[in-house]
Structure formats: structure tokens, C-alpha cells
Design a protein around this ligand. Structure first.
Ligand code: GAP
Length: 454
């Protein structure tokens, strides 16, 4: 399984999905850039999420809040006090490690330890007492760098949905239950990194704060948990690679009455992909207290005002992207495409759901030295590319070009051959079945639209 991770990292870099950030300077731990295909994939994940949870729901609306908020927000939310990891410091070289990883002898914060309770950098065996370290990135608003101007980069998108609760409810005339959705960049100064993009310092969270009447929270929690999990299955993740983890009562975050993680069987083991939390009335009550503003909801039916409870389904977009790559990755020893090449290599096929595939269609003229074929292929490419992301490729044998598309998960390859010139027909090849179908050029766009469900 560890090998699978290496293969995914290698494919991701070689084919333009994910690159280490600023690699020409040696890279930065836990920061990743999404390349041409990775950013298309990420954008498709976000589109599906919006379609499922905003477009198709009657009572969920989207907002786009700022990354830097008023510093009081983080005091009210409890992040200043509780969003911490306990760290210990090596007395010889001052490297810091998570205290909870010491006993396990598993230092992954700044490299791997050689032995139990030994500094992985200098071998030192003496450490300071544990001190709390806040995971929020700190900055300053304006030119003066003093305590009065400290601000933080948000570690979750949730807080701007709480701070905007009244604006959204009143401007959209929403009645409880309703949800506010947001997707955007979050920042955490993670100490334990590793496992590729799994624990990054900058990443996107997609989450919903769903406001409900107290007393209805437990039932609605279960409904959201089912919906959230179904989303991953609908995107193609195999059911057997998903499971639930109920947080024990004593381990819950400071705001939570109940949290269930949806775990994915990553190549490095079962780990959190997403979660659903019952945040009760904690956040709105705290913001009401700290801001002095009335954040209750007036229930017309009962004539009473109450602070709603909140059910929060949340997910990390990059973790989902990593799970999708791992789930879709496959290899066929000896090759699967018919080719004239004498040596058949191992072939990689990325069977990613067609909704998510970064490139939907590849346009391949059979031979690049036949001007009529190339002209026709470019004409077809020109017509299709206004509808889908298409890739034109004329380099190398047709088998090699199929393989290049298979490993980035392109669902359909359209080959322009002599039949195209004579009978106005192209050959459409399906990535998964490798079935080849003749389609009239005039019907090609509709054929692909139906297949791709767009
Ligand atoms: N508002 C709730 C919240 O932020 P969380 O479990 O701390 O909850 C939400 O984070 C999701 O963000 C997680 O389920 C996980 O998928 C993702 N996530 C958390 N830390 C991450 C990191 N360092 N890198 C990538 N994704 C991360």
C-alpha cells in the first residue's frame, strides 16, 4: 500500500496534478501547488459539491467570506485558547515535536526519529515540558506589528457563517432549518506533516452550517451524515474504502456534542476524510456574548426567540482529491491497448468518475503527416472545446496516445481516421471498456454530451 502512495505522488507530479510548492527553492513542507490537471480536478470536485448541496437543496445558500476576520472572532470561537497542540522541545537543538507523538516514538513533525524518545535531528534525549502551541497562522493588519494589530488566517470557514448568520437569514428571508455553505482556503500551521497532501498547511474546506431548532438536532445530524457519506459514494469512492468513526465523548472538540468522522482507507491507513459535528448553540451564543449583538432566531409559529443549534458537515477538498486518485488508480501489467509496439509496458488507468475527469475528451488524428486528417481533427477539436475540456494530441503512435489519456483518466478518445474523410465518421473509444464505436461527426457533440451527462 505504501508503494501505491509513491506511485500516486509520482503520477501526480509527472502528469501535472500536484507539485511541491516553490520546489525550485527546495520546496516548503506541507505546501502544495495544483497543476493544470490537478486544478481542473479540484474545480470539478467543487462544482459537484455546489451542485449537490447548494443547487439541489432548497434551503442551503452559499457565501464567500474573508480569510482574515476580526481577531475577536477567534477569541469567541475558542480557537485562541483551544486550537492547539502540545509541543516539546529538544534541549540540544531546539527542534519541536508533538508531545502526543513522543511516547509512540513516532516523530513525523520534523523528520523521523531514529529511536524511541530521541530527537530525529540531533539524537538528543532531553526535552522540555510540553507547551501549548496554537496552530493558527498569525499576521498583522496594517503596518504596525504589535499586539493591537494581530490578526489570524482562518483555520476553518465556519466562523464567517456564524458571524453572518443574521445577515444571511434576513437578506434571504430564510426560515429554520436552513444552511449556509462555504468553500475556501484555510490555514493551519501543522506540526505533524507528511503523507503527501493529506495534512497541508494551506487547504480548502467545504462545509455547511445547518441551523436547526434545538431538539431536532439529533435526527438532522443522522440525515446529514447519510447525505455526506452518499456524496463520496456518488463521486465514485468504493464503499468498502469508507467507514465511520464516532468520537468518544471525552475526545470531542470544545464546541461539539457529537462528531462522526467519515474515514477513507488511504494507502497509509484509515484516516479522516470528512466529518459531521453537532456544534449545538455554542458558536452563536459565544458570538452573541462577545459582540453584544442579538443572534437569536424569532420563530413565528411559537412566537419565541431561540439560539439555533448547528449541524456541521465538513470536508477537506484536497483530502477528497487524494482519496479519489488513490481509489481510481489502477495498473494493467503487460498493457491492455492493442498496439504495434513490440514491448508492452505496464499501463496506468485512472478510472475516475467522468463528472470529475479533468480532461473529458481527447482528439487524436490517426496520422500527423496527413494534412487532411490533421485539418479535420483540428476542426472537430475547435467545435468540441467550447463544450468540454478537450485535449488535442497528434504525437506518437495511437496506442501510446491512448495510454497517455488513460493515465490522466480521460473518459473518451476520439480518433479521426480515413473513415472520417470518406464517411464523416469518427471512432470513439471508452476508457473503461475500451469499446470503440463509430459515430457520425454531426452527432458527435450530442453523443458525448449524453455520455458525459452534461
Ligand atoms: N469546521 C470544522 C473543521 O474545521 P476539521 O475536522 O478540523 O473541522 C475539516 O477540518 C476537514 O478539513 C477535515 O475533515 C479534513 O478533511 C480537512 N483537513 C483538516 N486539516 C487538514 C489539513 N491540515 N490538510 C488538509 N485537510 C485538512
Amino acid at each position: 500500500m505504501e508503494k501505491l502512495m509513491e506511485k500516486i505522488i509520482s503520477l501526480a507530479k509527472r502528469r501535472g496534478f500536484v507539485f511541491p510548492s516553490s520546489e525550485i527553492y527546495g520546496g516548503v513542507e506541507a505546501l502544495w501547488d495544483y497543476g493544470p490537471l490537478g486544478s481542473l480536478l479540484k474545480s470539478n470536485i467543487k462544482k459537484e459539491w455546489l451542485k449537490t448541496f447548494v443547487q439541489k437543496k432548497d434551503n442551503v445558500v452559499l457565501i464567500d467570506g474573508t480569510v482574515v476576520m476580526h481577531p475577536k472572532v477567534w477569541e469567541a470561537s475558542g480557537h485562541l485558547k483551544s486550537f492547539t497542540d502540545a509541543l516539546i522541545e529538544c534541549k540540544s537543538c531546539h527542534a519541536r515535536f508533538r508531545a502526543d507523538h513522543m511516547d509512540a516514538g513516532n516523530f513525523v513533525g520534523q523528520g523521523k526519529a531514529k529511536a524511541k524518545n530521541q530527537c530525529s535531528l540531533c539524537g538528543g534525549k532531553e526535552f522540555t515540558e510540553a507547551k501549548q502551541f496554537n496552530l493558527m497562522f498569525k499576521t498583522y493588519l496594517g503596518p504596525i506589528e504589535d499586539e493591537a494589530h494581530v490578526a489570524y488566517l482562518r483555520p476553518e470557514t465556519a466562523q464567517s457563517m456564524f458571524a453572518n448568520f443574521k445577515h444571511v437569514q434576513e437578506s434571504m428571508r430564510l426560515k429554520i432549518p436552513f444552511g449556509i455553505a462555504q468553500i475556501g482556503h484555510c490555514f493551519r500551521n501543522e506540526i505533524t506533516t507528511g503523507n503527501f497532501t493529506f495534512r497541508s498547511r494551506e487547504f480548502d474546506i467545504a462545509e455547511i452550517e445547518y441551523f436547526v431548532k434545538p431538539g431536532e438536532d439529533e435526527k438532522i445530524f443522522d440525515e446529514w451524515l447519510n447525505d455526506w457519506e452518499k456524496f463520496f459514494v456518488d463521486l465514485g469512492l468504493k464503499k468498502e474504502n469508507l467507514r465511520r468513526y464516532e468520537h468518544p465523548k471525552g475526545d470531542l472538540a470544545h464546541y461539539s456534542k457529537r462528531t462522526v468522522d467519515i474515514e477513507y482507507k488511504f494507502p497509509f491507513g484509515w484516516s479522516e476524510l470528512a466529518g459531521v459535528a453537532n456544534r449545538t448553540d455554542y458558536d452563536l451564543s459565544q458570538h452573541a456574548k462577545f459582540s453584544g449583538k442579538e443572534l437569536g432566531y424569532f420563530d413565528e409559529e411559537s412566537g419565541k426567540t431561540y439560539i439555533p443549534y448547528v449541524i456541521e458537515p465538513t470536508l477537506g477538498v484536497e483530502r477528497l482529491l487524494l482519496a479519489l486518485l488513490a481509489d481510481a488508480y489502477g495498473e494493467v501489467e503487460g498493457g491492455r491497448t492493442k498496439t504495434t509496439e513490440s514491448v508492452k509496458e505496464k499501463e496506468i488507468v485512472l478510472k475516475i468518475d467522468r463528472k470529475l475527469a479533468p480532461v473529458k475528451v481527447a482528439i487524436l488524428p490517426l496520422l500527423k503527416n496527413k494534412p487532411d486528417l490533421v485539418k479535420k481533427a483540428k476542426e472537430i477539436h475547435g467545435n468540441l472545446k467550447t463544450n468540454f475540456i478537450c485535449q488535442y494530441d497528434e504525437a506518437g503512435s495511437i496506442g501510446r496516445r491512448y495510454r497517455r489519456q488513460d493515465e490522466i483518466g480521460t473518459p473518451y478518445c476520439v480518433t479521426i481516421d480515413f473513415d472520417t474523410l470518406e464517411k464523416d465518421e469518427v471512432t470513439v473509444r471508452d476508457r473503461d471498456t475500451m469499446a470503440q464505436e463509430k459515430v457520425k461527426v454531426s452527432e458527435l457533440l450530442n453523443f458525448l454530451k449524453l455520455k458525459l451527462e452534461v
